[in-house]
Design a protein around this ligand. Structure first.
Ligand code: NAD
Length: 426
């Protein structure tokens, strides 16, 4: 890897971008601040269970391709583990482990009866046919079926996976189990036991965090300038919610580039033209780069795409008052420190993106009870959960005089550490 800073060796550089290592660093500091002994960190620094699977899929040209998949279960002291499945060419064991730890922290922050889990398959779904994706989704479930289930570990969507993929996975698990088992997975289509509000839940949760964060900075959402990186599930719904609330969405992007208009982009048009992978900028010639997008002048910046987007290289150039992390792990630790010193309010991923797992929890509860709630009921419940989580983290940051990320980790680890203690594990 070539680095811009000659003092950074490739190893140092890789280490700073190592999401597992940086997650472990903050978990360790959070536990120290809370006064827990070292063995608690030893338990929580890695998933309790990690499965690697090889999935053979018959491709459309009749060849057999073998895909690698992972499922990480971070900690099940509180309850079953829960977390999405990511289909992406860059999925790695380390990333899946870090994502599972973040899921545990999210569940702790918004007080859900879960530990964290996460899965991923190394693949590029944009290059695969519908039939090949179905084969891969079903093959993954067959490979991990022994360690997942509605009372063990409950998958959900993440990057490049959607309700259709959840439906195939649910169907495959139900066949293995020999009865209809909607509680096995969340993020399903409504007709298969999905919940109202699940598709937009992550963005709704981010919106609630934005509403709370602007109060702290004396900014009004109406008329504010918003920049969003990523135009997939999280980013596109968020653009819609911000636009509808009267904010000016001046910048958006996808994996191929960004669009900028200081007068506000035509969000309804962009939503209409985006494809199912969250791509829209390919239709335009006057695009900017993702690096340029992150440095645009705005009030609220929302990274809603992938990891390690705000680093020590560009943290000094960020021109926002508030950053709300819809994506998992978009900001490195060094960048978090720089942004905090610059007085930028950063609402961390483990809090801001917890709306998705919260409505997934509502979906699982509805599947278990067989009684379904209206969209209004879901919204009301989500609002209560997210504002409570935001205020718990904000007040911890204030009283402990720490940044919001460390405060969120402190709130997030406490419940699982206590549960592990009561169980006599530590
Ligand atoms: P998605 O697959 O629907 O969309 C991803 C978007 O990011 C697409 O627009 C894609 O083009 C863009 N993108 C991909 N690589 C990029 C790059 N290198 N630079 C800029 N843009 C890039 O995914 P999603 O579900 O919206 O998830 C986005 C982020 O939010 C992820 O970090 C995910 O873990 C997190 N998240 C999602 C949920 C959820 O419920 N969907 C919940 C919590 C957290």
């Amino acid at each position: 890897m070539v680095t811009d800073n000659p003092s950074d060796s490739p190893n140092e550089e890789n280490e700073k971008l190592d999401v597992l290592k940086s997650t472990q660093t903050v978990v360790k500091i959070a536990l120290e601040q809370l006064g827990y002994p070292d063995e608690v960190y030893d338990l929580l620094k890695e998933p309790i269970r990690m499965m690697t699977v090889r999935i053979p899929v018959r491709m459309d040209d009749d060849s057999i391709k073998i895909f690698t998949g992972y499922r990480a279960q971070h900690n099940d002291a509180v309850g079953p583990t829960k977390g999405g499945v990511r289909f992406h060419p860059h999925v790695s064991e380390k990333e899946v482990k870090a994502l599972s730890i973040w899921m545990s922290l999210k569940a702790g922050i918004v007080d859900l009866p879960y530990g964290g889990g996460k899965g991923g398959i190394v693949c590029d779904p944009r290059e695969m046919s519908f039939r090949e994706l179905e084969g891969l989704s079903r093959g993954y479930v067959r490979a991990i079926s022994q360690i997942v289930g509605p009372t063990k570990d409950i998958p959900a969507p993440d990057v490049f996976t959607n309700p259709q993929i959840m439906a195939w996975m649910m169907d495959e698990y139900s066949r293995i189990d020999e009865f209809n088992n909607p509680g096995f997975i969340t993020g399903k289509p409504i007709v298969l036991g999905g919940s109202h509000g699940r598709e937009s839940a992550t963005a709704k949760g981010v919106t609630i965090c934005i509403d709370e964060a602007v109060k702290k900075k004396n900014i009004k959402v109406k008329g504010s300038r918003v920049v969003i990186q990523g135009f997939g599930n999280a980013g596109s719904y968020l653009a819609k919610f911000m636009h509808d609330a009267g904010a000016k969405v001046v910048g958006i992007s996808d994996a191929y580039g960004g669009l900028y208009d200081p007068n506000g982009l035509d969000i309804d048009y962009l939503l209409d033209r985006r494809d199912s992978f969250g791509t829209v900028t390919k239709l335009f010639s006057d695009t900017i780069t993702n690096d340029e997008l992150l440095e645009l002048e705005c009030d609220i910046l929302v990274p809603a795409a992938v990891e390690n987007q705000i680093t020590e290289k560009n943290a000094h150039k960020i021109n926002a008052s508030i950053i709300v992390e819809a994506a998992n792990g978009p900001t490195t630790l060094e960048a978090t420190r720089i942004l905090s010193e610059r007085g930028i309010l950063l609402v961390p991923d483990v809090l801001a993106s917890a709306g998705g797992v919260t409505v997934s929890y509502f979906e699982w509860v509805q599947n278990n009870q067989g009684y379904y709630w209206s969209e209004e009921e879901i919204e009301e419940k989500l609002y209560k959960v997210m504002t409570k989580g935001f205020n718990a983290v904000y007040s911890t940051a204030e009283t402990r005089k720490v940044d919001m990320r460390l405060a969120a980790y402190m709130v997030g680890v406490r419940k699982m550490a206590e549960a592990a203690r009561f169980r006599g594990w530590i």
